[in-house]
Design a protein around this ligand. Structure first.
Ligand code: UDP
Ligand code: MG
Length: 330
């Protein structure tokens, strides 16, 4: 943390086609966050770093118009849609605050809990997680799949992620600087955020329904996102084949012993067509599944090896290059 008296809070907000929400967001969030200085009796400044993730509507123009009038508003425009995870990573790089808070623009992360996060941060926590205490604003299917995902993820991953904690959290500059040094291309921020550790605290919040517009996530995208998360945090899906193979091998040997015994005792029956088919198809399927999983990992290795940047910044607005943090990586 820098030793200045005034603390700067950066809100990092990825946006995709959100022209109707930008104004609403700024109007509601800025006063609430600035008022936090009363709670902690220390002066605060706030900046909002919007990352335009390749919007096709007026999102970028609207943000630039705000930025022109208000120095607290900044814009990083990506050259196309890179996905929320990449956009968030870009925002973390361009944020200059002593504490950084990723937020969704749709007001689903209520700004009213930000002052509480800030006071826990001032009290010493390096990470203050927002914990959702109520998912009733989600559909039943979303709740069900999210619950199963967290169970599975935490059973498999080398490092668990807390259930019901999303990207909405406060992170100290020290934590953000460490995150910026992590080099992987497949970003699953939720897991990276918890992987780095640091002293943590939490605040509870209720996730509200979207203020306007529609969610940008569809189930197929969420499924791929979940797959990325598990594969980038665990090698269990690769290792499990060793055990399945060993188990099936042992069964095969036992069965071979049984057949040999039957042959020696002279009572050989003609082996069934059905059992042969089942064995062949089952083993074929297992082979294909294990190959597919290998493929998932190899595909990600080749993405990493290619080493292309995570995102491409087309232009920025309101950002002073000399302000940018020391660690930089794109
Ligand atoms: N978003 C983005 N890039 C994408 C998809 C979404 O920057 O490819 C932004 C979106 O504008 C919003 C945030 O990520 O600020 C969360 O998206 P959304 O509300 O659609 O997701 P949900 O809340 O349904 O998980
Ligand atoms: Mg949302």
């Amino acid at each position: 943390m820098r030793n200045v008296k005034t603390k700067r809070i950066s809100l990092v907000v990825p946006v995709l086609n959100e022209q109707e929400t930008i104004g609403l967001f700024l109007e509601r969030v800025l006063p609430v966050v600035e008022a936090a200085s009363e709670h902690i009796s220390e002066p605060l400044t706030v900046e909002v770093v919007f990352v335009d993730d390749g919007s096709r509507d007026e999102t970028a123009a609207i943000i630039s118009a705000f930025a022109r009038r208000d120095a607290r508003v900044k814009l990083v425009s990506l050259s196309r849609n890179f996905g929320k995870e990449a956009a968030l990573s870009a925002g973390l790089k361009y944020a200059t605050g002593d504490a950084v808070i990723p937020m969704d623009v749709d007001l689903q992360d209520p700004p009213e809990v930000v002052p509480e996060m800030i006071s826990k941060w001032v009290a010493g926590a390096k990470v203050v997680e927002g914990v959702r205490i109520d998912r009733s604003s989600d559909t039943f299917l979303k709740r069900l799949t999210a619950g199963r995902f967290y169970d599975l993820f935490n059973r498999l991953a080398d490092h668990p992620i807390p259930a019901n904690v999303g990207d909405f959290r406060l992170m100290d500059r020290e934590v953000v600087d460490v995150l910026l040094t992590l080099g992987e291309r497949t970003r699953f921020n939720k897991s990276l955020f918890s992987w780095v550790g640091f002293s943590r605290d939490e605040v509870a919040f209720v996730r509200e329904p979207r203020a306007m517009g529609a969610s940008k996530w569809r189930y197929w995208k969420l499924w791929n996102f979940a797959l990325d998360g598990i594969i980038s945090s665990s090698t269990a899906p690769l290792r499990v084949w060793t055990y399945i193979g060993t188990l099936l091998g042992s069964l095969a040997i036992a069965y071979a012993g049984f057949i040999l015994g039957a042959k020696l005792l002279g009572n050989v029956d003609v082996p069934g067509y059905a059992s042969l088919m089942v064995a062949v198809l089952l083993l074929g399927a297992l082979n294909l599944i294990s190959l597919g999983i290998l493929g998932e990992y190899i595909g990600r290795i080749s993405t990493e090896v290619r080493g292309r940047p995570l995102y491409i910044v087309e232009r920025t607005f309101g950002i002073d290059a000399s302000d940018l943090p020391r660690v930089s990586r794109g």
